[in-house]
Each structure stands twice: as C-alpha cells, then as structure tokens.
Design a protein around this ligand. Structure first.
Ligand SMILES: [Zn+2]
Length: 229
C-alpha cells in the first residue's frame, strides 16, 4: 500500500511538472497508466502496469508493438484441441532485437523482447562489452509440449516463451550463456545484467541460477506466473 501511495505521488508530481512546463494537466504519457505503451519511452513505476495490461488487450499490444523497432508480420489465429494454439501472434522477421532465426511470438512476448532490448540489452552491452548486440541466438518459441516433469502445458506451447542461448555482438564476439554465465569477466557481468533487466519486462525469467535444466539458456515467458531466478 505504501508502494502504491508512492507511485501515485510520483504520478501527481509528474502531472504538476507537466502542467508547469507544457501547460497540460495530464501526466506525460510514460507516467500515465492509461496512455499507450511506447517501447522506447523512459521506464517509470507505471511501465510494469502498462506491460501487464497488454496481456488482456490485443489492441493495446499491437499499438505497443508498432512503437518498437521489431519487424513483424501478423499471423492468423490457429485454434488447437491440445492447448498448442496461437492467438494474436506475430512472426518476428528482423529489426531490433534481431533473432538468429525468425520466430513466432505472442504479441506480449514480442513487446517484452523489444522492451528488454531497448532498456536492458543495449545499455548492458555498452557498459560491459563496448559493442552493440547484433542478434540473439534462440532455441525456439513455439513448441507443443508440457513443462518438463509435469502434465501442464509449457508457455512454449502457445509461442508465449523464448529460450535465449547466446548474444552475437556487432564486432563478431559471441557471449554464450552456458560458457560465460559464471565468469568474472565482462561477458559474465553482461549476462547477469541482462538477466536482471529481463525481470523488468517478462513475467518469468529462469536462467542458470534456477536449475541444471536452465544452465545453458535464459527461459523468458509472459505466462501465468511471476519468477526471476
Ligand atoms: Zn523455455
């Protein structure tokens, strides 16, 4: 409750500053919980709320995707009797972040990827590696399967998850989760920084610190749970 009060006071402050500076009584869009999410706008305490809303509003999600630097194509809905269908999905074909292989993604997953690239990967690469990231190597998004060891569908079953194994830099270097995660050098610091940043964009982030099944990739999803491990 104190957290909510603090956020509301900050929004109030943003309204006052905006009113004084530009004569507008609304908060600036990145402080306004009901304004469309702009991927490249500065993150504020209401950004997480805007992201969560995308999972309930395909229209808001498409608008957020339009604000990103991703290249994407809409994909027809695919009903499924076995829990592996697609709805409001897109095919990611290029742009930023560029994926090593084009991939299907639910709209919220695509927006979270764009948020992570802009607010997490780009600054972490500049700080730790001195070279921008050219592309993300991934092991797939849409796989009709259960969570290992359970009879519950994985978020991968609906293209609502992606497994990231490596980052290829513009200078040609590769930063590999399996090899570099625990390293004391810049590659390890970069990987741990982008894992932390992923937790701001995705609902679930599972990496090498979680269990042995994740010691070679970061699992990122926009599913029903919340985890940052
Ligand atoms: Zn996964």
């Amino acid at each position: 409750m104190r957290h909510l009060a603090a956020i509301l006071s900050l929004i109030g402050l943003a309204v006052l500053v905006n009113a004084a500076v530009v004569g507008d009584l609304r908060p600036p869009p990145h402080w306004d919980p009901w304004a469309p999410l702009d991927v490249s706008a500065p993150a504020t305490p209401v950004t997480g709320w805007k992201l969560a809303r995308l999972e309930r509003s395909p229209t808001a999600c498409r608008a957020a995707l339009e604000s990103s630097r991703l290249d994407w194509q809409a994909v027809d809905d695919r009903p499924s009797d076995v829990g592996c269908g697609l709805s409001d999905a897109v095919r990611l074909t290029g742009g930023s972040p560029r994926l090593g292989e084009p991939a299907l993604a639910s709209c919220p997953l695509a927006v979270a990827l764009a948020m992570w690239a802009h607010h997490g990967i780009t600054p972490a690469a500049a700080e730790h590696l001195g070279s921008p990231v050219a592309r993300l190597e991934h092991w797939g998004t849409h796989v009709c399967r259960d969570i290992a060891g359970t009879n519950r569908r994985s978020e991968h079953a609906t293209a609502n998850a992606i497994d990231i194994a490596a980052f290829v830099l513009e200078d040609g270097r590769r930063v590999v989760v399996h090899r570099d995660w625990s390293g004391a050098g810049p590659e390890g610091r970069f990987l741990r920084a982008v894992r932390d940043a992923a937790c701001e964009a995705f609902d679930v982030v599972l990496g090498p610190n979680y269990n042995a099944a994740h010691d070679d990739h970061l699992h990122l999803d926009m599913g029903r749970f919340s985890a940052c491990r």
